[in-house]
Every structure is written in C-alpha cells, then in structure tokens.
Design a protein. Structure first.
Length: 483
C-alpha cells in the first residue's frame, strides 16, 4: 500500500488507498496494529516530502519542483478526506501561506497547486470543527477556528475575482461549502454561536455573478464546438452542474438573500435541458422557506427578462416573437410551481399580482396620456391568473378593485387604442366567470362539494371561510349550521 501511494498521483487511487487504511485501522482486525504503525510512517514521510517540496517549489518557478509540490499536496488531501491528520500532519500554516502568496502574486504558483491548497484547507478546518467538544469547547480553539474560517472565505473571495478559471471553480465551491458548514444553523448549539459566518451582500452578489458567467454563459469555447468532443462537453457540463448545485445549497439553507437568485430562476426554461432539474429544486426549496419571497423573486426574474428583451429591441416588444412567448411560458410554469393547494399559496399569489400591477403602471413622470412603458407586462401577469381564487380576483378587496384604484392615477384611459391592449387582456382575465365568486360570498365558498351534495356547512367550514376571506356574515344554502 505504501508503494502504491508513493508511486501514483491519480486522485481516485490515492483516495481508495486512504479509505483502505481507514478500514484496517478502525476495525478489529488482526493487522490493525500493524496497519496503524504503517499509516503513521506513511504520513510522516508525506509531510517530510511536502515540507521539502514546498521550499523548493515556491522558491523555484520551474515546472518540476512545482509539480512535485502539487503531487505531495494531492496525497495529503486524499488522506485528509478519510482521516483526521491534525496531530500527524499539522500543515495549516503552510497551506494558508500558499493561498496568501497566490492571492498577492508574490510568486508564480501553478494553478493546480492553488486549487489543491484551497481544497486541503477546507478539509483541515472541517476536521478542526469535528475535533471540538460540543458540550464544552475551548474558547481558544473556537476563536482560532473562526479566524481561520473567515480568512479562508476572504481568500477564496479574492480568488473568485482574480484567479484562473480552475482556481475560481474550486474557490467558489469551497466558499459555498464553508458557508454551509458554518451556517446560522450552528447556533442550535449555543457553544458554536461564535463560529457562524454570514457573507455580506457584496460576497453574495459575486457568488451569484460567478454562477451566471460560468454556468449560463451563451458563448461556447471554440475548442469544444466540434461534435467529436462530446466526452469533453459532458465533463464540462458536469462541472457546471456542480457549481450550480453548490449555489443551490446556499438558497436551500437560507444563507444568501433569495432575491439574488432571480437571474438564475429566469434561466429555468432557457436552460431546462441541462439545468432544469437543479433550478426547479432550488425554487422548490425557496418556496418551502417562504412562499411569498419565492414568488417575489420569480416576479423579479420575469421583470428582468422583460427589461432585457425590451432593451434588445430598442424599447419595443414584439408580442408575437418567440422570446416573448418563452417569457410567458416561464410565467405560466412559475404559477404551476406555486403548488396544488391554493389556500397555502394564496397570499403569495396575490402579492405577486399586486406588485406586478404596480410594476406595469410604473412611470418616471406624471401621466401624459401615453401608456406606461411597462404596460405590456400585463400579458405576463395574465398567464398566472388561473392560480387566483375567484374572491381574490373580484372580491371587495380583490385585485380588480386594486387595479381600478391604481388606474385612477392614470386619468381617462382610451378603450380602443391598441397600446392599452395588455391592460384589457389582464382585466378580462380577472373578471372571467365571477358569478360563482359572488354566490360564494353569500352561500359559502369552501364546501362546494358538500353544498352540491346538499349537506349543510359545519362550524369548522364557517370559521375557515371567515379567516380566509374576511367576510363577517356567512350562510349555507340551507341556512343550517351543524356542530
């Protein structure tokens, strides 16, 4: 086993060797003691080789010394994945100094070395957290650990901005993992409250922008445009999905502001084949956290796509274009994702439409008789009206009343001008068939199935209806209430 480790540099081979040693050491086998001694000797040899190659590799910018340093770091990283080597290989300071020098460009360090250093540092800090005593952790250990974690996040943030593509990717994934490991959920154990790391808004924006430029970039590298490179394209797609999934975990754990994910939500239809499952899972987790915030983020996605399309067409929207149809399709899909239980999503859907109406009628100045520049966005809103309950469309405090209230600020609106067509479309979608809505206001909206069967309403039905619709007087068709 020792010879295999020292002769190979393949990551999978090294990882398998590390876990094989772990199996021999952690199980009561006849060779357990022998394996433990051999393991310690191997780690001592790896650390000695690393310290030697680090001195030569950082002082000598030629390929051979740096390659030797890279291989030694790969071996250490493979064993750190399976073992806590803190007592046997305390290389935290050395690894941190490599990342610092790479950021400050003090020496010309190979990108593979920097990327491996970032991954190795994450493994070291993860084991440091694991070693702490949950009931009575040392304050000195926690203070040192937090300082190291904050430093690593800052270093990776700089690498994301200025590093080479391979380094950027590993730095991004490391930041995401560290933010999840040291997320606010740690405060469930008050002893770990001081370890929580919350990224500021600028870091959150850079993480989001990295996903947009790396995963959803329209340009495909020229060297991969040949159909014969399918295997290479697949590997690139896998790496991109890995990046997107790492960001998705930040949304799922409520670590970054949900609204920042709007540009990613907007890619759901466009990139459905490659990333649709990940984006959908991201939106599902966002909905579980807060339905209203999720739908507000989806509304922002639609607004961004709308404004982007309008800017591309010099301020005009071709309502028959394929791009416009895709945005409408995306809005329809967003509405479907609100869930089958309209009562749970009711507030979120109403908020979506109220804020959408305000956006459609937004002006930079006072009304001048011309339609607002965002008026055509009513076409988008009309795609989602099927998720509205009838009482929310034309109830006393429904969206139709809210729309009329907002339109009063516009003054007199010409009914026959084509430019105001989207408004008429949306208003028609709200009006729809509202006979049932008004009947429900007096005869009970919720127990429609029971009412059709001739059964009286229960007090539970009445109470639920009052809470949902805010109407004081309710009466069933028969006028009887059953306890």
């Amino acid at each position: 086993m020792h010879d295999i480790v020292m002769k190979h540099s393949d990551a999978d081979v090294l990882r398998n060797c590390a876990f094989t040693y772990r199996y021999f050491i952690n199980n009561e086998l006849s060779i357990q003691t022998t394996a433990a001694v051999a393991f310690r000797q191997l780690i001592d040899e790896l650390v000695t080789s690393f310290n030697s190659s680090m001195t030569e590799g950082l002082e000598n910018e030629s390929d051979e010394p740096q390659y030797k340093l890279y291989v030694d770091m790969k071996r250490l990283y493979a064993f750190y994945q399976a073992h806590d080597l803190t007592d046997l290989a305390d290389v935290e300071k050395e690894i941190s100094s490599i990342i610092t020098k790479a950021n400050q460009m003090q020496v010309q360090i190979n990108d593979n070395i920097t990327a491996t250093a970032v991954m190795l540092m994450q493994a070291i800090l993860s084991w440091a957290l694991y070693r702490t005593n949950p009931s009575e952790p040392s304050k000195g250990e926690l203070k040192k650990l937090r300082k190291s974690v904050v430093q690593l996040v800052q270093q990776c943030d700089e690498l994301i901005q200025f590093g080479a593509p391979a380094v950027q990717k590993e730095a991004f994934i490391t930041v995401c993992d560290m933010l999840i490991i040291f997320a606010p959920q740690l405060k469930q154990n008050q002893n770990y409250a001081s370890l929580i790391v919350v990224p500021d808004r600028s870091v959150q924006i850079r993480l989001r922008d990295y996903v947009m430029t790396t995963v959803f970039a329209d340009e495909e590298p020229a060297q991969f445009q040949d159909d014969d490179d399918d295997e290479v394209k697949t590997e690139i797609l896998i790496e991109k999905r890995r990046v997107l999934a790492s960001f998705g975990k930040l949304i799922a754990f409520n670590i970054i502001e949900m609204r920042l994910a709007a540009p990613i939500f907007a890619q759901y239809v466009k990139s459905f084949q490659d990333y649709g499952d990940i984006v959908k899972a991201m939106m599902s987790k966002a909905r579980e956290l807060n339905r209203t915030k999720c739908m507000r983020t989806q509304l922002l996605s639609l607004e961004q796509l709308f404004e982007e399309l309008r800017d591309q067409n010099e301020g005009r929207i071709d309502r028959s274009s394929e791009e416009w149809t895709k945005i409408k399709d995306l809005a329809h899909r967003f509405a479907l994702m609100a869930g089958v239980d309209n009562y749970k999503s009711r507030q979120a859907v109403v908020t979506f439409h109220r804020e959408g109406i305000i956006y459609c009628l937004l002006r930079n100045g006072p009304p001048d008789g011309s339609p607002p520049s965002n008026l055509v966005f009513f076409d988008i809103l009309a795609e989602t009206t099927f998720k509205l309950m009838d009482i929310d469309k034309k109830g006393p405090k429904g969206l139709l009343a809210f729309l009329e209230e907002q339109l009063m600020k516009e003054g007199e609106i010409p009914e026959d001008e084509i430019e105001w067509g989207p408004l008429r479309t949306y208003r028609t979608a709200l009006v729809g068939n509202t006979t049932e809505a008004y009947n429900n206001m007096y005869y009970g909206a919720l127990p429609t199935k029971r009412k059709m069967m001739g059964s009286p309403m229960t007090l539970v039905d009445v109470k639920r209806a009052r809470e949902d619709y805010g109407i004081d007087t309710w009466q069933s068709g028969s006028g009887n209430y059953v306890q």
